[in-house]
Design a protein around this ligand. Structure first.
Ligand SMILES: Nc1ncnc2c1ncn2[C@@H]1O[C@H](COP(=O)(O)OP(=O)(O)OP(=O)(O)O)[C@@H](O)[C@H]1O
Ligand SMILES: [Mg+2]
Length: 657
């Protein structure tokens, strides 16, 4: 005996019964018959559809189906050429599907209160799906396939010819490696199906699809695979969001038995017979119900026949016999649940860095498209275009995951790259290059080299003052030396080099135009002197009726303090504040360096008066926040790697050797 029915498409003796009240049979109409007979009559017999709002969950499901259609089938005339494109198009397709849905026709709920939530859930569903499922486009026979056929079926010696066609839209039909056909049905859901429960709706759907695919392709499909994707996020991140289970037709003859009985009841009812059908929503969690229904134990003549056949006199004994025959009912839904996470860890080893980053972000439900890689001296910058709806703050929170997948530390996520629509990932190079110090162009001094290899010049006259920060060994003194070397070339200039640490600046002691001090008292005196000089200059400029130093022949004075945190007395703070507020206009510029990014050192006065900042590697994220109002300096590499804050915003530069 065949374990599955034989389906004969367009049988010779079949003709569509014109007087039959239904236009066709479909899973949805058959299920409606059992769940809501009144609406069954309105929809399928009267053929009236009441335009009502669609539940947000249903729209989510539709968007997902549409995305899948695009993912495997392309759009319009455009054939998708790669998986990346399929993902991109699928995601965008689903987003647009939601976007185009008139808000007035959406029934929002507590869980999905607005469109943004729909976007979030959809992209989550979609990315979870594409993340876990291999693309395997080559196995796809058809997607979103509508089949409508008049058929006849042979099963257990019975022959059934449908009076009207049966119809269905099948999500996906695939050709398995062994050559057999499988049907795939996607379901977006709030929670996975309970496989212990018998789901009559799934049985009806499975059998209808079996008939349709068989009729269309001339061969019996092997199985129906349900792919459930859950849009509620697992609390446990290790748990899967997608579950797959397969119903192998040949293992489940009861499906067909059930279908035949149910079909018979509907058709009987349409022919005016009184029938009793189970309530699909409430009844089918128990196997006895299925057996009883299949064996027509609700019909007394059938019951009597079976009693006689099995030589029993009550239903319980009869069921025992039948269940023995049917085998373990739990087998009905044969679960071949894939252990996806365990079995399908994404293999990053063969990927290039750009792919690793992209794939990793996708794992977290974020789609970014690789644009370009720019190789800098100390870091490489990977630039990407983010997908619609991607939150920058969310992207930034995944720096650690990128580090993990790249196997490096200190990846800085730039979201967005200032003045562009890109997002960027700065990845430390294995071998850094330390560029040589170029010549300054007068007041335009070389600060560092940017990612493109260009020297970033900066006119020191434009900065009222500069603050330099970084943890020990990060490159402050080195940078001060480089800067001084350049400033020394400016003719009309003089210098106050104040070095409470007594190490770095002493090398310049004794030079012409250089005042070097390293004792705290002397330093304070120098600052007092500078305040007097400043006042004298203001008086002189007033007499000359000029507003700016450039209109005079006065020398520029550069005041450099290496580690001003060491001399942070009230008095000194006050002197620095005075100089900072008024120094610039009369040609006095301060450059202060410190290891300490505490708000005591970098106080409000400093923040206001030192808008230009050279920030080397800082110990903590919070230090970066103090210096730049942004994270990032904690990701720098040391040895001259800096974030330079000036009029262009924050730029990453490598200091010169
Ligand atoms: N631009 C650079 N190119 C190459 N090496 C550098 C650069 N900047 C710093 N270094 C290396 O890092 C070391 C420490 O730098 P530097 O003395 O400037 O640190 P610092 O920030 O002043 O530290 P501290 O706060 O302890 O004084 C230098 O001796 C040098 O070897
Ligand atoms: Mg130093």
């Amino acid at each position: 005996l065949a374990s599955v029915p034989v389906v004969i498409p367009s049988p010779k003796d079949a003709e569509i019964k014109k007087d039959f009240p239904l236009d066709h049979y479909s899973s949805s109409s058959m299920i409606k018959f059992a769940t809501n007979p009144f609406m069954f009559k309105v929809n399928y017999i009267n053929r009236d559809w009441i335009d009502s709002a669609t539940g947000a969950k249903a729209i989510l499901g539709k968007a997902f189906h549409y995305a899948m259609e695009v993912y495997y089938g392309g759009i319009d005339d455009y054939a998708i050429t790669s998986e990346a494109e399929a993902i991109e198009f699928g995601l965008k397709g689903g987003m647009e599907f939601i976007e185009n849905y008139n808000d007035g026709f959406v029934n929002y709920s507590d869980k999905i209160p607005n469109k943004q939530k729909l976007y979030d859930l959809f992209s989550f569903l979609f990315t979870e799906y594409v993340k876990y499922k291999p693309y395997q486009k080559d196995t796809v026979v058809a997607t979103e396939k509508t089949i409508k056929k008049i058929i006849s079926v042979e099963w257990k010696g019975e022959n059934l010819t449908f009076p009207v066609p049966i119809k269905g839209v099948i999500d996906k039909i695939i050709r398995r490696k062994d050559g057999k056909i499988s049907i795939v049905d996607y379901k977006s859901c709030e929670k996975f199906s309970d496989l212990e429960k018998i789901d009559a709706k799934k049985i009806i759907q499975a059998v209808n699809y079996f008939f349709l695919v068989y009729a269309e392709y001339g061969e019996a499909p092997y199985s129906l695979v349900f792919e459930e994707v859950k849009f509620t996020k697992n609390r446990d991140a290790e748990e899967k969001q997608i579950k797959e289970y397969e119903l192998v037709y040949a293992d489940n003859p009861l499906f067909f038995d059930f279908y035949f009985r149910f079909y018979g009841d509907i058709t009987g009812a349409l022919n005016g017979k009184m029938v009793y059908v189970p309530n699909f929503d409430a009844f089918y969690d128990n196997e006895l119900a299925l057996i009883s229904y299949i064996h027509r134990l609700d019909i007394s003549e059938e019951q009597a026949k079976l009693f006689k056949k099995h030589n029993v006199d009550n239903i319980t004994d009869l069921l025992k016999k039948e269940i023995q025959v049917a085998g373990n009912m739990r087998q009905l839904l044969k679960n071949i649940e894939n252990s996806l996470v365990e079995a399908k860890n994404i293999d990053y080893t063969k990927m290039k860095n750009e792919e690793k980053i992209q794939t990793k972000m996708m794992e977290h439900g974020m789609l970014i498209k690789f644009d370009s890689k720019i190789e800098g001296a100390s870091v490489d910058l990977y630039r990407y275009t983010p997908s619609i709806g991607l939150k920058m703050s969310r992207l930034k929170s995944y720096a650690d995951d990128i580090q993990q997948v790249l196997g490096v530390g200190d990846v800085r996520v730039i979201a967005p790259i200032p003045n562009t629509s890109y997002v960027g990932f700065e990845v430390p190079k294995e071998k850094r290059k330390f560029p040589d110090l170029p010549k300054n162009k007068g007041f335009d001094i070389a600060i560092g080299q940017d990612i493109m290899g260009n020297t970033r010049f900066f006119d020191v006259r434009h900065a009222p003052h500069i603050v330099v920060a970084g943890s020990t060994g990060s490159g402050k003194s080195h940078w001060l030396n480089n800067t001084l070397k350049q400033l020394f070339t400016i003719k009309n200039s003089s210098f106050y080099l104040l070095d409470p640490k007594k190490v770095e600046l002493s090398q310049f002691e004794g030079m012409k135009n250089v005042t070097y001090r390293d004792e705290p008292v002397e330093i304070e005196n120098s600052l007092c002197d500078l305040v007097s000089i400043m006042d004298q200059r203001y008086t002189k400029m007033k007499e000359m009726k000029v507003k700016n130093i450039s209109e005079t022949d006065l020398a520029y004075i550069f005041v450099v303090i290496d580690e001003f945190g060491d001399i942070n007395s009230k008095e000194i703070q006050e002197l620095i504040r005075k100089l900072a507020q008024k120094g610039r206009a009369c040609g006095i510029h301060l450059i202060l360096a410190t290891q300490r990014a505490s708000t005591k050192i970098i106080n409000g006065d400093i923040k206001v008066n030192f808008p230009v900042r050279v920030v080397f590697r800082m110990a903590k994220r919070i230090d970066s926040q103090v210096m730049l109002d942004e994270d990032g300096a904690e990701k720098l590499l040391g040895k001259g790697d800096m974030l330079f804050l000036a009029d262009n915003g924050i730029e990453r530069l490598q200091g010169f050797n």
